[in-house]
Design a protein around this ligand. Structure first.
Ligand SMILES: Cc1cc2nc3c(=O)[nH]c(=O)nc-3n(C[C@H](O)[C@H](O)[C@H](O)COP(=O)(O)O)c2cc1C
Length: 169
């Protein structure tokens, strides 16, 4: 698969259009790689850096991995592709299955990042975590409380974008 570098902030409209249908958040810890579907993310500029932020609940297997690794990647399929794989990776835990094997997905190493991307056509971001920010429910708008009946508040992982690529089919 040919990865062509892109200016990260120039492709955000495409990312945000796809996001409600899902993207892959991939983390590698030691020799274990896992990917999960995300539907919520932020992207922009902070600390004078391009930053991609993902939200992960503590109940996810991904949470255990992302807490212990310096980086993560986000792989964004385009135009509604990979719907079956996104549904699977958004409903199965990497604690009990190898989602790459089950979905026939391939992990593709990228330079400057321990976590690989998912080898699919689309947009890919390699992110070095520069802040892990757990939500403080005491400082949350109570209007959001219904999103957290189990009180499993997300942690926000702010990752400096250290690489961004477009992969063609
Ligand atoms: C479309 C979609 C979007 C999702 N977005 C998120 C998200 O942004 N954050 C999150 O913690 N879980 C999200 N999930 C749920 C996780 O993908 C799901 O719990 C997954 O099985 C976790 O995998 P893991 O246990 O291997 O980490 C989403 C699921 C779907 C189907």
């Amino acid at each position: 698969m040919n990865l062509v570098p892109v200016p990260p902030l120039s492709v955000l409209a495409e990312v945000m259009e796809q996001l409600p249908r899902g993207a892959f958040l991939t983390v590698k810890h030691k020799n274990r790689v896992n990917t999960m579907t995300i539907g919520w993310a932020l992207a922009g500029v902070a600390w004078s850096r391009p930053v991609f932020t993902v939200l992960v609940r503590p109940t996810r297997h991904t949470y255990k991995l992302i807490e212990q690794t310096p980086d993560f990647t986000v792989s964004v399929p385009l135009k509604g592709t990979f719907a079956k794989e996104l549904a699977y990776c958004g409903s199965h835990s990497g604690g009990s299955v190898d989602k790459f094997a089950e979905c026939g997905l391939e992990a593709l190493p990228v330079e400057g990042c321990l976590s690989p991307v998912v080898a699919i056509p689309g947009l890919h971001f390699a992110c070095r975590t520069n802040l892990r920010a757990p939500m403080d429910p005491d400082r949350m708008d109570p209007a959001l409380a219904s999103i957290y009946p189990q009180k499993d508040y997300h942690t926000f992982y702010h990752g400096e974008i250290v690489g961004a690529w477009r992969a063609e089919a």
